[in-house]
Design a binder for this molecule. Sequence first.
Ligand SMILES: NC(=O)c1ccc[n+]([C@@H]2O[C@H](COP(=O)([O-])OP(=O)(O)OC[C@H]3O[C@@H](n4cnc5c(N)ncnc54)[C@H](O)[C@@H]3O)[C@@H](O)[C@H]2O)c1
Length: 258
Amino acid sequence: MSLLLKDKIIFLTGGSMGIGFECAKKYKEAGAKVIVMANDAASLEQCIKELGEEHCTVLGDVSVSVDVQSAIELGLKKYGRIDVIHNNAGIASPSKPLHETTDAEWQKVFDVNLKSILFTTRFSIEALKQSQGCIINTSSMVGEIGQDNHAAYTATKGAINTLTKSMALDYAPFKIRVNAVAPAAVWTPMLREWGKEQKDAERIEKYMDEIHPLGYCPEGDVVADACVFLASDMSRFITGCIMPVSGGAELGYRRMSL
Ligand SMILES: NC(=O)c1ccc[n+]([C@@H]2O[C@H](COP(=O)([O-])OP(=O)(O)OC[C@H]3O[C@@H](n4cnc5c(N)ncnc54)[C@H](O)[C@@H]3O)[C@@H](O)[C@H]2O)c1
């Protein structure tokens, strides 16, 4: 890949594993320096080993304002600028319909998946105005089409889609673009955990392949390539876009073997 992101500084949440880690590696390959914030010390350690010391990792919780503030300040101190904020950290649990969801479960998934975007935006907006940078939100196809047994999670992703468009409007005067990527399913630690929670766990792999008309459930590299595009000047006239990276999962009625 050419150096589409040469010298860009990217603040990436949830970049220590899964989709985020694939993004971190592709951002590096494309010439960027990456600040990875995540709440898991062990995977962060692996992450910095793989990325190298010119990048940096910060342990913290994206749903805690002061953690996000200090992570962004650390990035600004180290690199002097931020060009891209990628809000990727997210949780999918609980696997429940709405009436079974507890107040605490509801609050947690909204804080991690949604309030975190308020915090990263609040603390980076001046830097983004200076760099005329961009924001990428990791949404999900279920934010558009819904999903059974995941009421709270899907509500956060639907909210991210609308929020992405409103942010795109608010920040366009500053030449800050705001877009989202919407994968269907992607093999990551999160999806593997989710699979184990399902009552038909042994059939999940086949089901995951079949929901994608292109024939397979991908790894995070497919999402990362889309994010490199959205972070780069190649997408300089694209804002407010919720980009499906879904192998066509949302398209039409289909017969599946299950
Ligand atoms: N895997 C899928 O099938 C899939 C599909 C559509 C959308 N997504 C979305 O992609 C994003 C990444 O998912 P994944 O499957 O790679 O997840 P994952 O569980 O494999 O990795 C999640 C990452 O986020 C971090 N994280 C979680 N909670 C955090 C918190 N409170 N503070 C800081 N960091 C936190 C973890 O440390 C980890 O680095 C999520 O927003 C998810 O909703 C995933």
